[in-house]
Design a protein around this ligand. Sequence first.
Ligand SMILES: *[C@@H]1O[C@H](CO)[C@@H](O)[C@H](O)[C@H]1NC(C)=O
Ligand SMILES: *[C@@H]1O[C@H](CO)[C@@H](O)[C@H](O)[C@H]1NC(C)=O
Ligand SMILES: *[C@@H]1O[C@H](CO)[C@@H](O)[C@H](O)[C@H]1NC(C)=O
Ligand SMILES: *[C@@H]1O[C@H](CO)[C@@H](O)[C@H](O)[C@H]1NC(C)=O
Length: 328
Amino acid sequence: MSRLLTLAAFVAGFVSSVFSLPEACTGTCTNTHDPSIIVRTDGTYFRFSTGGRIAIHSASNITGPWKYRGAALPNDSSINLRGNQDLWAPDVSFLNGTYYLYYAVSTFGSQTSAIGVARSANLEPGSWTDLGSTGISSDSRKPYNAIDPNLIITNRTRFLTFGSFWNGLYQIPMGSPPVRAADSVSTPRQISYDKSDKAEEGPVVFENEGHFYLFFSRGACCGYDKDRPARGKEYRIVVCRSDSPSGGFVDQSGVACTSGGGTVVLGSHKWVYGPGGQGVYRDAVLGPILYYHYVDTRVGYADGQKRFGWNKLDFSTGWPAVVPVSST
Ligand SMILES: *[C@@H]1O[C@H](CO)[C@@H](O)[C@H](O)[C@H]1NC(C)=O
Ligand SMILES: *[C@@H]1O[C@H](CO)[C@@H](O)[C@H](O)[C@H]1NC(C)=O
Ligand SMILES: *[C@@H]1O[C@H](CO)[C@@H](O)[C@H](O)[C@H]1NC(C)=O
Ligand SMILES: *[C@@H]1O[C@H](CO)[C@@H](O)[C@H](O)[C@H]1NC(C)=O
């Protein structure tokens, strides 16, 4: 290797291990576990998060000021399972004039789970109708855990990706409208799995310039104040890529996501610890944005202290990298 190449390799390695700090957030930025952001047609930003029967916050900008608006499902979920008063991991999509909110019913460490859906015309508290189960559920006889839903809408199909902590991430085609799995006999397909570390959760499929990016959280999500994982085993955000929304995802080194692949997009750095529960949306002004929760080690490690973070994503190499907004 030439000296120049050695230097280039060194710089590349160095740069990839240094992440941008979260961008500005004002108003309510704490206790925002598993956020889902959607921008309404009038430009209002809505943020949905785990807890408080799916807490709704809104703002005029991704930077805030974020204001609490109410609960999406104040009457709990109609799914008759333990956990139906403590709904997890909302995911909100807009399709054909309707907003769909997917959520998970489960309890911590349990595989008895189900994915539910609610519908609204305008995202506001009080506007949501619970439609109950999507038909996607799990118990100890299934290979997966039916949690952490995410809808990807393509021209031809809608897929719900979900999971898991049990045998990785899974996906199933949805019907039209996308409130039930397309076909009650089809089995969800595994799209990501790491046999040495089954801790994969919170999948999100995002389309950019003809590629589909599978973002997910790898590692231990929660309870860092009581039981801190070994260094490097806490949540971090990883990505794989495919030309299809429904499989064939590989990481930047060409390792299949189904064989433990996954390129780190954002991990712990400086005072940011355990970033995950992420989503991606396309901001009208800033372009693709990665958002997530993390704990600020200067403040505390408890789940109730999870902070809302976001960064701009640069896809110019074909792979997403967090970059400071000020650099653009
Ligand atoms: C959000 O605020 C930033 C910083 O003030 C500004 O540059 C950007 O245009 C705003 N975004 C929108 C969608 O108004
Ligand atoms: C879109 O919504 C309209 C009215 O709500 C409905 O008639 C139509 O079938 C929907 N189209 C699709 C593709 O779901
Ligand atoms: C909640 O339940 C009460 C009592 O059944 C009902 O009056 C109210 O409309 C429900 N609210 C929502 C948002 O569904
Ligand atoms: C989806 O449809 C739009 C509008 O018809 C088109 O521009 C785009 O190329 C299509 N994308 C794919 C992946 O087929």
